[in-house]
Design a protein around this ligand. Sequence first.
Ligand code: ARG
Length: 467
Amino acid sequence: MTASPDPKAANQMWGGRFASGPDAIMQAINASIGFDQRLYAQDIAGSRAHAAMLAATGILGDSDAQAIGEGLLTVLSEIETGAFQFKVELEDIHLNVESRLTEIIGDPGKRLHTGRSRNDQVAVDFRLWVRDQCDQAIAGITGLMRAFVAQADVGADWVMPGFTHLQTAQPVTWGHHMLAYVEMLARDRSRFEDARARMNECPLGAAALAGTSFPIDRHMTAKALGFDRPTANSLDSVSDRDFALEFLAASSICAMHLSRFAEELVIWSSAQFRFVRLSDRWTTGSSIMPQKKNPDAAELLRAKLGRILGATVALFTIMKGLALTYSKDMQEDKEQVFDAADSLMLGLAAMTGMVGDMTANREVLEASAASGFSTATDLADWLVKTLNLPFREAHHVTGTLVALAEKKGCDLPDLMISEMTTVHPGITQDVYSVLGVQNSVRSRLSYGGTAPARVREQVARWQAALG
Ligand code: ARG
C-alpha cells in the first residue's frame, strides 16, 4: 500500500468542493482499505452486476458497460496476482477499484457510479461476504458433527461418569455424551441457515439512502448476485447491519459450545482424569518439563469465544446509538466480523481435527463411572419398583446406605446384604443387579436416554442425516 499524504491534493473521487486534501491523521483514521480490501471480489461482482443492469435498462450505453465489465475483470486479476497497488488516499476498496478501473479503461469508468452510492455498495459487498461465511460455517459445523457421530458410533455402549456440578451423578455412555454436542451443533447450524435466509436480500440500488431517479432494475441486480429479492426500504437498506450481528451472535453461541467441549478436553486429558488421549498433532510439549503434553489447541479454542463475543459486543455498541441512516461509525463493523469469522472457522477446523484424533480410554472411563456412588439413583428406583416405597422414602434409605458405604470406605455394590437389611429389611439379593454401571446405563431406555440401544438409534439417525 502506498501513502501519499499530499495535503494540497483534494480527493480525486469526491474532492470537487475541497480546496485541500485531508490531514495525514485524518487520512489514517478515515481509510478502511487496510482491512476492507478483503471485500474486493464482492465489490467487483457487485459493480459488474450494477453495470450490466445499467446497460439493460438503457441508462448506460452497451459499449461503456462492456468496457466496464471487462475492465473490472482486469482489476480482479491484478488484485489476485498481487499486481494491484492499494492506495490509502483512495480510502476504501470501492474507490480503489473504481479509480483503477478508470485508469485502465478511461472515461467509461467514470459512469459506473451512476445511480448508486458507496452506502449501498458497502452494504451489498459486506452482505455477500457474510453470506459466504455463513456457508463456510455451515460446512465446518457439519464436518465437526460427523467427527462427533463417529466417536459416538465407536463408543455407543462405553460407560463413563455423567456429571452435574462436575460431581459424579449417574453413569452415562460415551456415545451419549458425544451426541450431546451433535445436538448443540445442529442448532448452531440452523442458526446460520436462518440468518443466511434472512440476509439474502439485496440492498444495491438503495443508493445513498433515498433510492434513485434513474430507472434502475433492482430485481435484476438482486438476481444476478444470488439474492432472493431486493430490500424493500432504501433507508433500512443502507443503515442495516443486522445480518452482521446475527452472524456474530450465531458465531458466539457456536464458539461457546466449542469452548465447553474444549474445557472438557482439558479436564479429561489431565493425568488425574485420563479419560482421553489427545493425539500429538493437537498438543504441544513443555520446554522445561519433559513429561508434559499440553492441550494447547483446546485451551486456545476456549479462548476464541472471548474474541468472538468481544466482536459481537463491539458491533452492538457501534450500532446502538446511530440515527438513520448510514454513519461512518459503521465502517468499524468489518474488522470485528472478519476477526470473529476467522476465529470461528479456525476453531471449527481445529476441533474437528482434535475430535477425529482423540482416543477415549475405555477402561478408565468405566472404572471412574463406578466410583462416587454413581448408581445410588438406581438403588432408590429399585426400592420404589420392588418394595413399592414412595420415592422420597427410597431416597432417604439410599442416602443412609451411601453414608454406610462411605464410612466403610467402599462402594455400594461392596456392601453385604446383611448390612443393607439393617437399613431396610425388605432389601434382597436382587438389588445387586441394579448396582453395576452396565445395567444402570442399559436401563435408561426412556426416549433421549443414555441406554446404548437409544444411542445407536440416534447415531443411525445422524449418520443418515449427515450422509
Ligand atoms: N468505507 C466505507 C464503509 O466501510 C464505505 C461507505 C462510505 N460511505 C460514505 N458515505 N462515506 O462504511
